[in-house]
Ligand binder design. Structure first.
Ligand code: MF3
Ligand code: CO
Length: 277
């Protein structure tokens, strides 16, 4: 998709601006997740994120992107990604995937979370497991970037994390991506192992790492609204995403409040010192 584009390598000062965008996204997602309740609509969640972004003096990466009409993507149950917020009412036990992007001084941050809504008695343990395994796959991919020589090392780690006792569908039609002065840039970041290991990992690279997994097959289709991506087999899906910077002394998770320190420490990876902030 972005195969012929050049990669944009950022200076530490540019990464610091992306960090500001990343923190706005982190705040918006934290607010949405903590406010979400059964009975609310996906449009209610969108309004919460829009307020956080505008209060921060930032703008949405998504609103108006190829005509996209909202601040968030909210994808429920068999919706994988790119669900358009509206009057859909959320129920206890729904898997809710919320994707958010923000721009600060022209620099983007992009992140997504998934959660099972409401009381734990009403949720299917298999849905909870899907959400957690997908989250772990994202962190495995991020941790792999810390020692990766090629961008493809991320996908190899993501795929391994999703291939265990339970066979999850690993969605291939949508990928992670480079990010910076535009939301979507080269290179593509696959969520699976491929023969072409992709470009070399170099300081200044900023990547959105975003596995999507299903409880069934990996195949998807786009709905009549031309945006919403659903699983072919109706199985439920989860999506997690962080924007990560490669610096000379390591990586930094720009859309995590702690820069990824706690999750990466658990995987034996220390985060870089973010300078220029
Ligand atoms: N944030 C999505 C991604 O991770 C893209 C959203 S599509 C948009 O790549 F149209 F909503 F912007
Ligand atoms: Co993205």
């Amino acid at each position: 998709m972005f195969g012929r584009e050049r990669i944009e390598y950022k200076t530490p000062e540019q990464v610091a601006k992306m960090r500001r965008a990343g923190l706005v996204v982190a705040d918006a997602l934290a607010m949405v997740e903590s406010a979400a309740r059964p009975g609310m609509t996906t449009g209610d969640l969108d309004a919460i994120a829009a307020a956080v972004i505008s209060d921060a003096g930032a703008t949405s990466s998504f609103l108006g992107y190829h005509g996209y009409p909202a601040t968030l993507c909210v994808s429920v149950n068999d919706e994988v990604v790119h669900g358009i917020p509206g009057d859909r009412v959320l129920g206890a036990g729904d898997i809710v995937s919320v994707d958010c992007g923000a721009i600060v001084e022209g620099w983007h941050g992009d992140s997504a979370v998934s959660f099972v809504l409401g009381e734990s008695e009403r949720s299917d343990p298999a849905d909870v497991a899907l959400v957690e395994v997908t989250r772990q796959a994202m962190w495995a991919g991020i941790a792999a970037l810390a020692t990766a020589t090629r961008v493809g090392d991320i996908g190899a780690a993501v795929e391994s994390a999703l291939t265990g006792d339970v066979a999850y569908g690993v969605v291939e039609e949508y990928t992670g991506h480079g990010i910076g002065s535009a939301m979507h840039q080269a290179p593509e970041v696959l969520n699976y192992r491929a023969r072409d290991r992709g470009p070399r990992v170099r300081p200044g690279m900023c990547l959105a790492i975003e596995p999507m997994a299903t409880r069934g097959e990996r195949f998807t289709q786009v709905c009549e609204d031309d945006w919403t991506v659903v699983t072919d087999d109706g199985s439920r899906a989860a999506h997690w995403e962080h924007t990560v910077a490669v610096l000379t002394d390591g990586i930094w998770v720009l859309t995590a409040h702690d820069g990824g320190a706690s999750e990466l420490a658990a995987r034996g990876v220390r985060i870089a010192a973010l300078t220029g902030a």
